[in-house]
Design a protein around this ligand. Structure first.
Ligand code: FAD
Length: 513
C-alpha cells in the first residue's frame, strides 16, 4: 500500500493519476468510497468562494476506522496531506488539500446517542453531524438541546469545535468548545483516542479550537439541557455606540436568572438600504422602523442589541411580558425602537436557515464571501468603532456587521483558541455578501483589500485583537497570532501530527517526511 501511495508525487499526469487512485481505493480497503477527477469538485470549493484547490481524491469514509486508515496511509507516503472537510463553510480554503486527500466528514455514519452520567445528560454525536440535525434530534426525541450554538446551524460539530463556535448564548455557557466533555480523535499518526479533561487531556484541549492541526474529531460528547418551547426575540436600537456597549456589557455580566438567554448585537447603516440599513432591524413584516423618531444627531451608523428570553408554552403571556419588561427597564434604548416577536425555540435557532433560502434564491449565497471575523478587547472597542464602523464601513458591507460582548472566563485557556486580554471582549463579524447581478457593487477583491485595511489599522494602532477563523500565509504571522501560546501549539503539533499531515489548508505547518 505504501508503494502505491509513494507514487503520488506532485504533478503526475492525469491518466496515470486516475489509475493510481483507483488502485489506492482497493489498497486502502475502505468501507466508504473515493471520488477523484473532475466529477467531484465539491472538495475544491468553500463558502468563501475565493479559493479553489484541487485535491487528489475526495473520500467518503464510513466510520472512524476509515479515517484512521487514510491518515495512517498518508503518513507512510512522502508527500500526502489530509484535510477533514466538515460542511466546507470556511472562507479561505481551510478545509482544502492541494493534491492531498480530502475527507468528507458528512458521510461518517450518523451517530446520535443520549448519554446519562451522574444526573447530567449528554449527546454523543458524530464529528460530521450538522448542528441543525443535533438540534432536531435532541428536541424532538427528548425535549433537550445543547446550550451553546452558532447563529447558523448547517455547520458540522467537528468544524465548529475546531474553531470555537459562538453565538448569543456564549456569554453564559462559553463557546461550543466549553460545552463538550469528551472527544474521539484520530491523530496525524493515524491513532484513535478517546480524550477528555481526565484522559488524554492534552489531545482533548489541543483539538478544541485547534484548527484541525492535531487530529480529526470523529465523535463529540455535547452537554444538553432542557429545551424551552418558545423564545421572546427582541431588537433595540441605539444611536450611540457607548450606550449600546454599556447595556450589552451590563446584560452579559448579570447572574443567570437576571438576564436574557441570548445577547447579540449588530451595527447597521442609517439609510433605507434593504441589505445594510434600517429595514434590516424589524423582526416581522408588519413592523416599521420610522427614522423620524431618530435623534437629530444620529450618525451614519446605528446599533442594534438583539436579545432573547426563553419561556415555556404554559407561561401566561403577561408573565413573559412582566419578566421581559423588568429586564429591559434599566436599559438606555429609545422606547420607540423596540421590536419583538414570539417564535418557537427551534424556529429561533434556525433563523439563519430562512435567510439562507432567500439568499440562495437571489444568488448571493453562492457568490464570494470575503468575511472577516475578529475578537476585539473591550478596552479598544470604542477606537475600533470610531475608525472601522464610523469611517471605513460607514456605507455598510452588503450584509450583517455583528458586534457583541463575550466573557473570557467562560473559555477554557487550556484549549488551542487564543483571545485578547481582559475579561470582556467583542466578537466582530463582517459578513460580506457580493452582488452577482450588480457589476457596480464592490468586487470581492475590493472587500478583501478593505479587510486588510481593517486588520492593518488594528495592528498599527496597537489594538488588542485576535482574528477568529484566522487566515495567514506566513509562519511569522501565525506566531504573532498565537503570541505566548505559540510554543504550546508547536509542541502539540510535534506530539500529535509530527509530519504535518493534517489540515494543510490552514497554512501553518509544511508537510515533512
Ligand atoms: P469546514 O469549513 O469544512 O472546516 C473548517 C476547518 O476545520 C478546516 O481546517 C477543516 O480541515 C477542519 N475540520 C473540519 N471538520 C473537522 C473535524 N471533524 N475534525 C478536525 N478538524 C476538522 N461560526 C461561529 O462560531 N458562529 C457563528 O454564528 C457562525 N455562523 C456562520 C454562518 C455561516 C453562514 C457560515 C458560512 C459560517 C459561520 N460560522 C460561524 C463559521 C463556522 O463556524 C466555521 O466556518 C466552521 O469552520 C465551519 O464548519 P464546517 O463544518 O463547514 O467546517
Amino acid at each position: 500500500m505504501i508503494a502505491y501511495l509513494e507514487r503520488f508525487v506532485p504533478e503526475t499526469d492525469s491518466e496515470s493519476k486516475d489509475d493510481d487512485v483507483s488502485t489506492l481505493c482497493k489498497a486502502l480497503d475502505l468501507q466508504g468510497s473515493i471520488d477523484c477527477g473532475p466529477t467531484d469538485d465539491v472538495a475544491s470549493k468553500d463558502f468563501g468562494g475565493m479559493h479553489s484547490i484541487k485535491p487528489l481524491a475526495f473520500i467518503r469514509p464510513a466510520g472512524t476506522d476509515d479515517v484512521a486508515k487514510l491518515v495512517k496511509s498518508a503518513s507512510r507516503s512522502s508527500n500526502l496531506t489530509v484535510a477533514a472537510r466538515g460542511n466546507g463553510h470556511s472562507i479561505n480554503g481551510q478545509a482544502m488539500a492541494d493534491r492531498g486527500l480530502v475527507i468528507d466528514m458528512r458521510s461518517l455514519e450518523d451517530h446520535f446517542q443520549l448519554i446519562r452520567i451522574d444526573g447530567l445528560v449528554y449527546a454523543d454525536v458524530s464529528g460530521g453531524a450538522l448542528w441543525e440535525d443535533v438540534l432536531k434530534w435532541s428536541v424532538s426525541e427528548f425535549g433537550l438541546a445543547p446550550r451553546s450554538w452558532t447563529d447558523y446551524l448547517s455547520l458540522t460539530v467537528g468544524g465548529t469545535l475546531s474553531n470555537g463556535g459562538v453565538s448569543g448564548q456564549a456569554f453564559r455557557y462559553g463557546p461550543q468548545t466549553s460545552n463538550v466533555t469528551e472527544l474521539e480523535v484520530v491523530t496525524g499518526k493515524g491513532e484513535t483516542f478517546v480524550c477528555s479533561e481526565a484522559e488524554n487531556s492534552e489531545l482533548f484541549f489541543g483539538a478544541l479550537g485547534g484548527l484541525g492541526q492535531f487530529g480529526i474529531i470523529t465523535r463529540a460528547r455535547v452537554v444538553l439541557q432542557q429545551a424551552p418551547d418558545m423564545v421572546r426575540w427582541i431588537r433595540l436600537v441605539y444611536s450611540e455606540f457607548e450606550d449600546f456597549t454599556r447595556d450589552a456589557e451590563f446584560l452579559v455580566t448579570q447572574k443567570d436568572g437576571d438576564s436574557f438567554d441570548y445577547v447579540e448585537g449588530f451595527a447597521f447603516v442609517n439609510s433605507d438600504n434593504p441589505l445594510t440599513g434600517r429595514p434590516t432591524v424589524p423582526l416581522d413584516s408588519d413592523q416599521v422602523f420610522d427614522p423620524n423618531y431618530l435623534p437629530p444627531n444620529a450618525g451614519a451608523v446605528l446599533y442594534c442589541l438583539e436579545l432573547a428570553r426563553h419561556h415555556r408554552n404554559t407561561a401566561h403571556p403577561s408573565t413573559v411580558d412582566t419578566a421581559v419588561n423588568e429586564l429591559l427597564s434599566g436599559l438606555g434604548f429609545d422606547r420607540r425602537f423596540k421590536f419583538e416577536l414570539d417564535v418557537s425555540y427551534v424556529e429561533f435557532l434556525l433563523r439563519v436557515k430562512r435567510a439562507e433560502e432567500h439568499a440562495k434564491a437571489s444568488g448571493i449565497w453562492d457568490a464570494p464571501h470575503p468575511w472577516l471575523n475578529l475578537f476585539v478587547s473591550k478596552s479598544d472597542v470604542v477606537d475600533f468603532d470610531r475608525t472601522v464602523f464610523k469611517k471605513i464601513l460607514k456605507e455598510g458591507i452588503g450584509g450583517p456587521m455583528l458586534i457583541y460582548p463575550l466573557l473570557r472566563s467562560k473559555w477554557d485557556n487550556r484549549t488551542s483558541v487564543v483571545l485578547p486580554e481582559g475579561e470582556i471582549f467583542y466578537l466582530v463579524a463582517l459578513l460580506r455578501f457580493t452582488l452577482p447581478h450588480d457589476p457596480k457593487g464592490p468586487s470581492a477583491e475590493k472587500m478583501v483589500a478593505q479587510n486588510r485595511e481593517i486588520i492593518q489599522f488594528c495592528i498599527n494602532d496597537g489594538l488588542d485583537f485576535k482574528l477568529y477563523f484566522p487566515h495567514y500565509r506566513s509562519q511569522e504571522d501565525w506566531k504573532r497570532h498565537f503570541g505566548n501560546q505559540w510554543s504550546r501549539f508547536v509542541e502539540r503539533k510535534a506530539r500529535f501530527d509530527p509530519m504535518a499531515i493534517l489540515a494543510p489548508g490552514q497554512k501553518i505547518f509544511k508537510r515533512t517526511q
